[in-house]
Structure formats: structure tokens, C-alpha cells
Design a protein around this ligand. Structure first.
Ligand code: ATP
Ligand code: ZN
Length: 297
């Protein structure tokens, strides 16, 4: 009876409806991010609709192209989707947070042997793409006059079969372009997965979203940082400490061995290798590097 009341009468309206790509490059990482945020989902494998037992949230699995529209309409309150799709669809939604995965770029490529000097080399050319809106904006902004051919898949084969002179498609490593005899000449957009929200969330749903964003930020910060422990002779301590940024300042603890200390700190992934090298040169020993699970400021 209790279950019946809480599920159907009160709780339903206050669940945050989250849209995730059903199957594709963003699906697994989106689900993993929710899991890293401590949100357990039931029957994820079915990829239909599911919910969480430990957070008031429902998940809808959809095609990524449909997510901005569903979020604008309020069918979903928030969605995980690539920036490329958000800006192409141009729906009335708000980008809340960059998620740090699904990184790629939307680029123009031409045949390897073609002369290409600058963007005006595209004048009069036929460009095949699944991103007509973004390509048109890019061409207009640069006063280039080219013909856009919208095709929905396998864009990279268009020049080879004489359908177009150039393509504009998503690239990550560039190997697909290379295998199709194409070279990348312009980058239109750098993209990654983002969290978008409906523009008219009620305060209750906004509060749930705030909780999720707080957790996502802690997870992202943790991924970008490492916890480091090292041993240092006391006479080198001040030099070693000056190399470490730390969250506030490093923790320094005496070791059982006279004249030595253990130093603990947090380093960002970006500066990590540089600093490790300097620490070794300064006399640090027994350096341990540990991943951080959550990092809350
Ligand atoms: P759906 O069936 O949901 O429409 P899709 O085929 O359009 O799927 P995917 O290929 O799974 O989509 O890509 C989803 C998103 O992953 C892209 O919109 C983009 O944001 C991101 N992505 C990251 N790297 C790449 C890449 N190399 N090629 C294509 N998309 C990439
Ligand atoms: Zn798609």
C-alpha cells in the first residue's frame, strides 16, 4: 500500500526525467557518469525506460538527434547529448554543464590530392554533411558560397562516389577521413557531451538537477586530479612543498625514520608529469600516485 501511494500519487511528479542516447558513442559513458554520481539504475540492459531506487529520477533511452526536442518540450527535463547535436538542432534548451567525454570536432575535409589554400577554396564546391545548419552558419560567417548536400550517414564516402567535392563530418582520430582519401582542412566546432535542461523547470526539479550537477562536478574534478604521496628528507621539504599546489597546502607527516617526512598532495592531470619530474630532481622518493574517486571543494 505504501509503495502504491509513494510511486503513483506523490513521487511521480517530482522525478527528474533524464534522456540518454539509447545506443551509440554516448550511451555507456552517460550511464557510467550517473553511476559515478551514486545513482543506481534498474534494468539498464533493456534500454527502454528505467528508474533509480536511490534518487528520484527516471531515464528515457532515445536517439541522440531527438534529445534536444524532447527536452525543449519537457518530455524529458534534462538530457545528455553532444554539443554538435545541440547547436545543429538549435532548440530552446540550456546547456548546464560540459561532461568531458564524447570529444570530437566537426570538420570540413576535401580529397587528399585537391589544392586547398584557404577557406575560399570552398567557393562553388558541393559539401556533403549531416550538419546543414552548422555548415551554413560557418559558410555565411566566412562569406563563402558553397552548396550544401544534406545526407544522413556515411558522409565520408560522398567525394569518392562523385556526390560532393568536400564533406563536413565529426572527426576524432581522423582515421576514417584518412581511409577514405580525405584531408581535414577546417574545424567548425569542437564538441563534447553536455548536460542540457528544459528552460522551464519547476523549483523542485531544478533542486534535483542542482544535486546532480554538484555530484557531476565532484566526479569530473576527481577525474582531472591525482592524489600523490611521497617521502622527502627534511632538509629538502621546503623545496618540495614549493612545487606542490595541493587543495589548500600539502599535508606533511613525520616518518618513523628520523629526518624524513611523508608529503601528501593533489595534482591536476595536466601538470602531473612535469611536477613529478621536478619532485624527483628535488629529492623526493617512493612517490605513490592514487586515483581520486570524488573531490568536493
Ligand atoms: P543515434 O542512433 O542515437 O542517432 P548516431 O549514429 O547519430 O546515433 P553516434 O555515432 O553514436 O550517433 O555519436 C553520438 C555522438 O558522439 C555524436 O553526436 C558526437 O557528439 C559524439 N562523438 C564523439 N566522437 C565521435 C566520432 N568520432 N564520430 C561521431 N560522433 C562522435
Ligand atoms: Zn544521431
Amino acid at each position: 500500500m505504501n509503495n502504491f501511494i509513494s510511486n503513483s500519487t506523490f513521487a511521480t511528479g517530482s522525478k527528474l526525467k533524464v534522456a540518454i542516447q539509447k545506443s551509440g558513442r554516448l550511451s555507456e559513458e552517460s550511464l557510467k557518469l550517473l553511476k559515478d554520481c551514486g545513482i543506481d539504475l534498474r534494468n539498464v540492459k533493456d534500454r527502454l525506460k528505467t528508474e533509480s531506487d536511490n534518487f528520484p529520477l527516471e531515464v528515457f533511452f532515445l536517439r541522440d538527434d531527438d534529445i534536444p526536442q524532447y527536452v525543449e518540450d519537457g518530455v524529458a527535463d534534462v538530457g545528455f547529448v553532444g554539443e554538435n547535436v545541440v547547436y545543429e538542432k538549435n532548440k530552446k534548451v540550456t546547456v548546464v554543464e560540459k561532461l568531458g567525454f564524447g570529444k570530437c570536432r566537426l570538420s570540413v575535409a576535401v580529397k587528399k590530392g585537391d589544392d586547398y589554400t584557404d577557406i575560399f577554396s570552398l567557393n562553388g564546391k558541393r559539401i556533403a554533411t549531416s550538419y546543414p545548419v552548422l555548415v551554413k552558419n560557418f559558410l555565411d560567417k566566412n562569406n563563402v558560397n558553397a552548396e550544401i548536400h544534406e545526407i544522413s550517414g556515411s558522409v565520408e564516402i560522398a567525394p569518392g562516389i562523385g556526390l560532393a567535392d568536400a564533406v563536413c563530418d565529426l572527426v576524432s582520430s581522423g582515421s576514417t577521413l584518412f581511409m577514405n582519401g580525405l584531408k581535414e582542412v577546417e574545424i567548425i566546432l569542437q564538441s563534447q557531451a553536455v548536460l542540457i535542461k528544459n528552460n522551464h523547470l519547476n523549483p523542485e526539479l531544478q533542486a534535483l538537477l542542482n544535486k546532480i550537477v554538484f555530484r557531476i562536478e565532484s566526479v569530473k574534478r576527481a577525474k582531472n586530479n591525482k592524489y600523490i604521496l611521497l617521502n622527502a628528507p627534511n632538509e629538502k621539504l621546503s623545496e618540495i612543498i614549493s612545487l606542490l599546489p595541493g587543495m589548500k597546502s600539502p599535508t606533511v607527516l613525520p616518518l618513523a625514520t628520523e629526518g624524513w617526512s611523508s608529503v601528501h598532495s593533489v595534482l591536476s592531470e595536466k601538470e602531473f608529469w612535469d611536477i613529478i619530474e621536478q619532485l624527483k630532481n628535488a629529492g623526493a622518493q617512493g612517490i605513490l600516485v592514487v586515483p581520486i574517486e570524488k573531490m568536493i571543494l
